[in-house]
Write a protein that binds this ligand. Structure first.
Ligand SMILES: Nc1nc2c(ncn2[C@@H]2O[C@H](COP(=O)(O)OP(=O)(O)OP(=O)(O)O)[C@@H](O)[C@H]2O)c(=O)[nH]1
Ligand SMILES: [Mg+2]
Length: 111
């Protein structure tokens, strides 16, 4: 059985006040838009549509938390470098990503 097959969708965070309160360890997938972050989560979980994937850059627009075990999460982050997104959307992503890049705990995977 793949190591992360037990992963389940937990929540989408659009406001940092809504981060999971029980979090002890998070592995965040960060990188350029369309680089395969969401696909990597699906592969690790052996699931085709746990994290939503698209050929179009900018698919992931919030912080999506996938629970592995109590207090342990994969976090699918919006990609950066997607210039076509409207300014309002981009500034919302930056508002989520800048603090999370400091506060995501313990470890991070970069695509
Ligand atoms: N050839 C190839 N295509 C891939 C691979 N991983 C992902 N893709 C494709 O790349 C596209 C983008 O994949 P996503 O996983 O949605 O990328 P993302 O980094 O989550 O994108 P954003 O959510 O926009 O930041 C999709 O069409 C995937 O099928 C890979 O290893 N090889
Ligand atoms: Mg994505």
């Amino acid at each position: 059985m793949p190591l992360f097959q037990q992963a389940i969708f937990h929540t989408t965070v659009a406001d940092l006040r809504d981060l999971p309160t029980d979090s002890q360890c998070e592995v965040a997938f960060a990188g350029r838009s369309n680089s395969g972050k969401s696909s990597a989560i699906n592969t690790l979980a052996n699931h085709s549509r746990l994290a939503f994937v698209s050929k179009t850059p900018g698919r992931t627009q919030h912080l999506n938390y996938f629970r592995l075990d109590p207090g342990k999460y994969f976090v699918d982050l919006p990609g950066y470098g997607f210039a076509k997104a409207p300014e309002a959307i981009r500034s919302q992503w930056e508002g989520l990503l800048a603090p999370i890049s400091v506060t995501v705990k313990r470890c991070a995977a970069w695509c």
